[in-house]
Design a protein around this ligand. Structure first.
Ligand code: ADP
Ligand code: MG
Length: 726
């Protein structure tokens, strides 16, 4: 394929690569000193804004109101001066379209002043609102191209920051992207709306415990897994370049069977990249905290400290961008695809999720007093019921063609949405529901009177196979894909829990809660009802096992293996009503999301199908035929000197070539038929039932060829090379 390196060129280039040298003096300028250097933080605003302006802005940030135009002008002026001091020449409204990527359009601060010079211009209205031509972003039919207008509106709760480039700097303003009719065209707006919904319902519950008042925000900490491969190999793999994953590749002789990569020593070049990447993140005020090798060879993880959900969502996007950018500098490509290498562990983005406020603390943290425990039990029960009732929606918000390779397959976690509570908490819930004493204390537990038995935050039996695991003071949603935005999962979680808190609050409001004891009894009643209705969603065993798949079916838990099965739940009647009720998404907004995500599923498989045909025709066939030719020549030579040769290899290779030819012909027909399929839903099913299985058949033959064709003729870098050369 044009532009790509040959496998041999790639290997030669890697062999002559110089050792990593340090790119900055970390002793003279320690990373601790650059923290939030490029963020226009509250501290900087306090320093640079008149007191009254700062107070007004802070109030807007805390209460989510609209910004006064006079205040906006003052903020814009201060922001501009700060940005120009930091070397910025341009500003950009950054937004998050439904593609899941980050979009930005840059404008210069500087305009001719009419007197032969330039003037730096940046007014309040430019800060608050931008008007990018949104017509090329997917809107799922909300916005026709003739009414292309979309607005970006500054999200005051997410601070502006500066992105550096070797040749300049840009002031970036995080925004929400809406149509001129006010409909959300992005992933950010619904996150903000769902946080409002959650807060409103949480306040009603917290009132009973005297903890209402300060805003209750959901918090998110995402562990990002990724692979690193040498850039030279990347350029020799057109499949990775165009689709983010290998479409072919025989498993390496040495895989992850030794379990020696997880937490192993980090290779020098990789560690150098991590140091610089984390430094860049620090500058942006992103609290990168944990790094380690992951399970697969060539796989790593980065986890920041958790933040408010909307900020964490923005920062998560920036983490992905930064990792990719910095990896490039070190001659590596960072792959965030969920399954770049078949047969090798895939990448997820474990979303650690909780909620809390300045007054109430973390609401998923069991407390030390009976009252705190009663409050914890309400929030925990609400979570259990939300996951039980909305398991299909939770599967739908992590659905994508790439994540299907993880969730449907035999690895973490299965497509069945269940909750892991751990033995201690399960026992507590059971005791409350059944009236049987907790084993550990041999006494009946009474809500509002007793303190819960200690619930370990990091118990030894931490379950790694559950899609939604309670880890002592938060839930870890492990089904999220490594390339995904956190927005969809957070919107779903916030909204479904808001609904359950609404129900809990209504129950409490209609109960006699005049004394602490009576409140305890009402909570007990609520917890009991949830447990009786929903406990089948709780599963503390091995989620990978065949036995669980059977048991889950008996329990009536859905197992939506592919996006084609999962996505339609986004536009189910009850989903539309849920989002409408809590003012998170309108019917049209929900439906538009379904069509965009379904189109994405179809399109990404379509890109892969085109690549497969092209790679087979232009790289795999030629290699196989050359090898066949070599074998034939050798057979003839042997015969000429009177040796009766063995035909096994040539027969095998010829058979594979023939089979591959047939499969490609069948595949062409399948693709041709695909063009005439009517509805999106049918189209997704066709992709699931016809296109993907045929792709798998083709792959099996190509991988078998890779095992037999002479290594010097094989055009694509092998798994062994990509995963083990550091
Ligand atoms: P592990 O690999 O053991 O699951 P990590 O340290 O890699 O743990 O990641 C745990 C993540 O959970 C971190 O991002 C951490 O900040 C986050 N986290 C901790 N407490 C909360 C909370 N209350 N809300 C959301 N995320 C949290
Ligand atoms: Mg981790």
């Amino acid at each position: 394929m044009s532009g790509s390196l040959t496998r041999q060129q790639a290997k030669t280039a890697i062999a002559s690569r110089p050792r990593v040298e340090s790119t900055f003096d970390f002793k003279a300028a320690p990373t601790s000193g650059v923290w939030a250097k490029n963020v226009f933080s509250l501290t900087k605003m306090a320093e640079r804004l008149p007191k009254a302006v700062f107070k007004s802005l802070k109030r807007t940030i805390e209460t989510g109101g609209t910004l006064d135009p006079v205040v906006a002008d003052a903020v814009a002026e201060a922001m501009k001066i700060w940005a120009i001091e930091r070397g910025a020449t341009h500003y950009s409204h950054v937004f998050y379209p439904l593609t899941g990527l980050t979009a930005e359009k840059h404008d210069s601060f500087f305009e001719p002043d009419g007197a032969g010079g330039t003037l730096a211009q940046f007014e309040g209205k430019t800060l608050i609102q931008g008007e990018p031509d949104g017509s090329s972003f997917p809107s799922g039919g909300i916005r026709q191209t003739f009414e292309a207008r979309g607005y970006t509106i500054w999200d005051v709760t997410s601070p502006a920051f500066i992105m550096e480039n070797p040749n300049g700097a840009t002031l970036c303003i995080p925004t929400a992207f809406v149509s001129w009719t006010g409909e959300a065209l992005d992933k950010k707006t619904p996150v903000l709306r769902s946080m409002q919904a959650l807060n409103a319902q949480a306040q009603r519950v917290l009132k009973f415990f005297g903890n209402d008042g300060p805003f209750v925000s959901s918090t998110a900490g995402a562990e990002q897994e990724y692979f690193l491969i040498d850039t030279n190999f990347y350029y020799a793999r057109p499949d990775i370049m165009a689709s983010g994953r290998t479409l072919f590749g025989a498993p390496p002789p040495r895989g992850q069977e030794f379990d020696d990569h997880y937490f192993g020593a980090i290779p020098e070049r990789v560690l150098a990249f991590m140091f610089e990447g984390e430094r860049e993140l620090f500058k942006l005020g992103i609290p990168a905290k944990t790094r380690h090798n992951e399970v697969a060879p060539g796989q790593y993880e980065i986890a920041p400290v958790f933040e408010f959900a909307n900020v964490a969502t923005d920062h998560q996007q920036l983490i992905q961008t930064t990792l990719k950018k910095v990896a490039h500098k070190y001659g590596m490509v960072c792959l965030t695809h969920e399954k770049p290498f078949a047969g090798v562990n895939g990448s997820g983005k474990h979303l650690n999720y909780a909620m809390g406020s300045a007054k109430a603390g973390n609401l998923f943290d069991p407390g030390d007093t009976p009252a705190e425990n009663a409050q914890f039990l309400v929030f925990c029960a609400a979570m259990i019921k939300a996951v039980y009732k909305w398991s299909k929606l939770l599967r739908a918000v992590v659905a994508s063609a790439s994540n299907d390779h993880r969730l449907g397959a035999n690895e973490a976690p299965p497509a069945i949405i269940s909750i892991f509570l751990g033995d201690e908490l399960t026992e507590v819930m059971e005791s409350i529901a059944t009236g049987k004493p907790v084993k550990a204390r041999k006494a009946l537990l009474s809500v509002g009177v007793d303190v819960l038995p200690p619930i370990p935050k990091h118990s030894g039996d931490r379950n790694r196979t559950s899609p939604m695991a309670f880890t002592g003071n938060r839930f870890e949603f492990r089904a999220v894909g490594s390339s995904q935005s956190l927005a969809g999962p957070l919107v779903a979680l916030n909204t479904i829990i808001a609904e359950q808190l609404d129900e809990a609050a209504t129950l409490l409001e209609n109960s006699d809660t005049s004394t602490e004891k009576k409140l305890g009894a009402a909570v007990e009643k609520y917890v009991k009802s949830v447990w009786t209705e929903c406990s089948q969603v709780v599963f503390n065993g091995d989620g990978y096992s065949e036995a669980w798949h059977k048991e889950a079916e008996q329990r009536g838990l859905p197992n939506l293996k592919t996006s084609a099965d999962a996505l339609p739940n986004l536009k189910a009647k009850e989903t539309i009503e849920l989002f409408k009720k809590y003012k998170v998404l309108s019917k049209r907004e929900v439906e538009s999301r379904y069509s965009v995500y379904a189109e994405q599923y179809i399109n990404s498989v379509n890109v892969e199908s085109k690549l497969i045909t092209k790679l087979v025709r232009t790289m795999i066939f030629p290699a196989a035929i050359r090898y066949q030719h070599e074998l034939a020549a050798s057979l003839a030579n042997l015969k000429a000197v009177g040796i009766e040769p063995d035909h096994d290899t040539i027969t095998h290779v010829t058979g594979l070539i023939k089979e591959l030819q047939n499969l490609i012909a069948e595949f062409d027909q399948i693709k041709e038929k695909e063009e005439s399929i009517g509805t999106t839903e049918k189209h997704c099913e066709y992709v699931r039932d016809r296109v993907l299985p045929k792709m798998a058949e083709i792959r099996a033959i190509v991988d078998e060829l890779e095992r037999v064709v002479a290594d010097d003729l094989w055009p694509l870098p092998s798994y062994q090379e990509m995963l083990f050369i550091k």
